[in-house]
Design a protein around this ligand. Structure first.
Ligand code: GUN
Length: 281
């Protein structure tokens, strides 16, 4: 079984990106800039944002975090985004989710100019991805995709299953694999026989937030299994895949933690650099 080492792959990607930033700096005399907006003081969001800032600095990006208290008015946030949209030194804008209830997530996402939407959440980027055009791709599925490609460069004709249909992962992941000529199934809580669907698949991407849902007898021998889940349980953090038993059946499997997570952040840096490059053309 191949343990897909997300930490190592992310470190390799960051090193590639660091070299690319050096080249861009030499060519344009400026570096890509990432601005993250963080609202409130939810602990997981604070940790994610700190990690994003640390990684951005490591590859030489200009990075800025704008913090607002939980009670900030929606209008204040939207005006700040408008300002960042116009600011030439900002290549990418990310508003950390989830947002407080009084702020309309869709409005926030649609206010970010698509060319700086490093999350790939804007409807224009979602549409471009599903049409097969150039777009920002959401960081988590992009990270999963790069890991799958490391294991199996030719995905043509493979059966892939998404366990979970979120906008954050399942749907964009399906689009990426469709582009690679996979036969893609998207499942969800109303899917009739999830086990039987999973057993058909060469590639399983689990992103539903149910601890250890995917069991060994759901997995075809030599399947590639990507675990996007991060679930807090009595025995600590576990994914959506029963790691120990599935590792005996799968060809390759991501651990939790140390799998998808580090790649997600590295892909955010990649998206920021890609937005910068497109803005220079
Ligand atoms: N919160 C958890 N994951 C994400 C993400 O990928 N993007 C944003 N903006 N917020 C998140």
């Amino acid at each position: 079984m191949i343990l897909i080492d997300g930490k190592k792959l992310a470190a390799e990607l960051r090193e590639e990106l660091r070299l690319e930033v050096e080249e861009l700096k030499a060519k344009y005399n400026k570096v890509p800039g990432l601005t993250v907006i963080l609202i409130g003081d939810m602990a997981p969001s604070q940790i994610y944002v700190r990690n994003k800032e640390k990684s951005a600095n490591e590859v030489g990006l200009k990075s800025e975090v704008i913090k607002y208290p939980e009670e900030v008015e929606e209008k204040t946030v939207l005006e700040k985004i408008e300002e960042l949209n116009k600011n030439e030194s900002v290549s990418g804008i990310l508003v950390q989710l989830p947002l407080p209830k009084h702020i309309d997530k869709q409005k926030v996402i649609e206010t970010i100019i698509p060319s700086k939407d490093v999350d790939g959440f804007h409807p224009m980027n979602v549409g471009n991805l599903s049409s097969g055009y150039e777009s920002s791709v959401p960081c988590t599925p992009l990270g999963c995709y790069l890991m799958i490609k490391k294991i199996e460069p030719n995905l043509s004709g493979k059966k892939a299953i998404m366990v979970g249909r979120s906008n954050l992962n399942g749907k964009p992941m399906a689009q990426l694999l469709l582009k690679e000529n996979c036969t893609v199934t998207i499942t969800h809580s109303k899917t009739k026989d999830l086990k039987a669907e999973c057993l058909e698949a060469d590639i399983i991407v689990a992103a539903v937030g149910i601890p250890e849902l995917v069991k060994a007898d759901w997995v075809k021998k030599d399947a590639i299994v990507i675990d996007v889940g991060i679930n807090k349980t009595e025995k600590g953090i576990v994914g959506d895949v029963a790691f120990d038993e599935v590792s005996k059946v799968a060809k390759a499997l991501t651990p939790v933690p140390g799998g998808v997570g580090p790649m997600t952040i590295a892909c955010l840096l990649k998206n920021t650099i890609d937005c910068f490059k497109r803005s220079q053309n």
